[in-house]
Design a protein around this ligand. Structure first.
Ligand code: HEM
Length: 591
């Protein structure tokens, strides 16, 4: 499987067919000719690296200024595969590189120090690949300062989507470029969603939708599936002003076409990492052909985006015909974008978005908003289900805030409750949904912790090792939201441990000009889901013995959720629980 991961990274980095083809050849080589050699090399290399393991501090400066960063050896075509694919950990266990990202990238930093290199063919320059990892956020600031006018962005890793958009001549492909086209669309699309005031304008609809969707949680066997549907419902509510009841699995709850859209989007997001890693897809794509898996992915993407675009176009037509919109539609991201962009066009602004560009940006936002938001919320739920005391403290904070705001969830999520914020922050520290959240290409030579990084290098922020370091965090494997409360943060100030409070580590949205445009509304959505859930339900594990949370790396890293038990605590949740069979159907409702 790790070989397939390499293939995905190979292919991701290659924009045109020639590049894709050379990546495919490398992958064919890895996949079919080299597995045995790799296994032998890997065993030997692991032994050598273990003997010479560099016991470096993750925040120590480099000893020889201007030296290139240390790291795993790199071979032509194989990159660091023999050394990095199967890492042995200090406790004697081993991890499968990108499959077990929480451990593997952090282990690279433990071995080599705060700035290190790994060769992943196709990722970065040269036939060995060349990715620099930086685990010190203070140093990574220099990378962001050198990201250039058209920065590298994480979405460029999604080559199957780029192939689809190019083949179908879709305007949305412009957002995936590093050009004036990206700047133009990005600038227009973020205006009505990223500024604090714009995002706060959606709190009301997020609060209203959130109240309803959290009641559906026990109707699902798998809390992860519930969260992805609930994320759809929330974002569709704010983007279109429409209620898509995807989180309610009862017959007749959602419209068939809305349900189809959900199924297509989820299928596309599920298939994307598989296509990215699929050897026949990479090889056939380099020849301009479509593998069976690509055909399925393209069908799902077309289904999802065609539907999203049709919704957006329908509303544009209603606006043109001056038809009345509902209050929610009036307040939606789409209506706001149309108003802003049409006003700019009327005032003669050359950079106003065209209708096609508006359609493209709102549609892609609908798709982009799902998997990410649900991964974060699912991880939070995974921890809360195991930590009854944390859950109770959070419930009390939410109850007090609801009482203060006459029961308004919208007001509560706008307020930034300290304990809720700490719970989400602790989740991000212990189990990030993206260990590598920021990947940038530097456009000038820079110095990182005393190491020379030439212009054109690809550098990623590794956000996990520092936050799991025993030197900086007490009992780093324990889930302790209290470490993020004001008193604890103030106590760390002026000590080496204050490094964990660096803004670049505080959230998973990256930074710089390509920072996630949905970051603020996503934060409100996660708050609404978690606050609403603990208010309505006492949540626990059906099997209390499930101490660890397995996870899988898809587009994000999402936990494989154990079955949950929901005890209703409010009138509304009791009504839902009464309608459920005592055991079975979805999650289990306690009497
Ligand atoms: C908790 C939920 C979310 C997380 C963790 C997340 C994370 C990210 C990250 C790490 C990036 C890459 C930034 C970079 O390349 O430097 C990104 C990009 C992006 N996100 Fe999000 N995101 C979330 C929710 C959303 C939502 C709700 C939207 C809807 C507007 C959205 C739309 C996008 C788009 C369009 C991009 C590409 C931006 C560009 O390349 O200029 N995301 N997101």
């Amino acid at each position: 499987p790790q070989v397939l991961h390499w293939s995905h990274l190979c292919a991701n980095r290659h924009k045109d067919l020639a590049d894709l083809q050379s990546a495919s050849l490398a992958v064919l080589f890895f996949r079919w000719a080299m597995p045995t050699a790799c296994r032998i090399l890997s065993r030997r290399a692991t032994a050598v690296v273990s003997r010479t393991r560099h016991k470096s501090s993750i925040i120590a400066p480099a000893s020889s200024p201007s030296a290139p960063p240390p790291g795993f050896p790199r071979l032509p075509l194989l990159g660091s595969l023999p050394w990095f694919s199967n890492l042995s950990l200090p406790d004697g266990s081993s991890v499968q590189s990108l499959d077990e990202q929480h451990e593997s990238w952090a282990e690279g930093t433990r071995r080599h120090g705060p700035v290190w290199r790994v060769g992943i063919p196709g990722l970065g320059k040269g036939i060995s690949g060349d990715l620099t990892l930086c685990a010190d956020p203070r140093e990574f600031v220099k990378v962001l300062q050198a990201e250039g006018k058209y920065p590298y962005g994480a979405i460029q890793l999604q080559w199957p989507f780029i192939v689809w958009a190019t083949k179908h001549g879709r305007t949305v492909g412009k957002l995936f470029t590093r050009s004036e086209d990206w700047r133009h669309i990005r600038h227009g699309m973020q205006k009505s969603i990223l500024p604090p005031a714009a995002a706060a304008g959606y709190a009301a609809i997020i609060g209203t939708t959130g109240r309803e969707v959290v009641l559906n949680a026990p109707l699902w066997d798998d809390a992860g599936s519930f969260m992805s549907r609930a994320s759809f419902d929330l974002f569709a509510g704010l983007a279109l002003g429409r209620r898509i009841r995807a989180s309610d699995p009862r017959p007749g709850a959602s419209l068939p076409e809305d349900e189809r859209f959900c199924v297509d989007t989820i299928e596309a997001l599920d298939l994307l990492p598989d296509v990215i890693q699929d050897l026949p897809s990479i090889a056939m794509s380099s020849l301009g052909l479509e593998s069976p898996m690509m055909k399925r992915y393209f069908r799902a993407v077309s289904g999802a985006l065609d539907y999203a675009e049709a919704q957006v176009r329908e509303m544009l037509a209603r606006l043109d015909a001056a038809e009345p919109l509902s209050t929610a539609e009036e307040a939606s991201y789409l209506a706001s974008t149309v108003r802003t962009q049409r006003a700019a066009a009327a005032a003669g602004a050359a950079d106003a978005l065209t209708d096609d560009e508006i359609v493209a940006s709102v549609s892609v936002a609908l798709v982009a908003s799902v998997d990410t938001t649900s991964s974060i919320a699912t991880w939070v739920l995974a921890h809360l289900a195991r930590e009854p005391e944390v859950q109770q403290r959070l419930r009390e904070e939410v109850a007090a805030a609801l009482q203060q705001h006459a029961g308004s969830l919208a007001a509560v999520i706008e307020e930034e409750l300290p304990y809720l914020k700490a719970v989400v922050r602790e989740t991000h520290r212990l189990t990030p949904a993206l260990v590598i959240s920021s990947v940038k290409e530097v456009d000038a030579d820079i110095d990182l912790a005393g190491h020379r990084i030439p212009a054109g290098s690809l550098v990623a922020l590794e956000n996990h090792s520092l936050q799991m370091s025993e030197a900086l965090v007490e009992q780093p494997r324990a889930f302790r939201p209290e470490r993020w409360l004001a008193g604890a943060v103030a106590e760390r100030k002026g000590t080496p441990a204050e490094l964990i409070d660096h803004p670049l580590l505080s959230a998973p949205f990256s930074a710089g000009a390509r920072k996630c445009p949905g970051s603020r509304v996503a934060t409100l959505e996660v708050r609404a889901l978690i606050a609403g859930l603990v208010h309505n339900w006492r949540i626990g594990l059906v099997d209390e013995r499930q101490a660890t949370v397995p996870y899988r790396c898809q587009t994000t890293i999402a936990p494989t959720m154990p079955r949950l038990r929901y005890e209703p605590l409010t009138e509304e949740s009791r009504a839902v629980a009464e309608g459920l069979p005592p055991r079975g159907g979805g999650g289990v409702c306690a009497p």
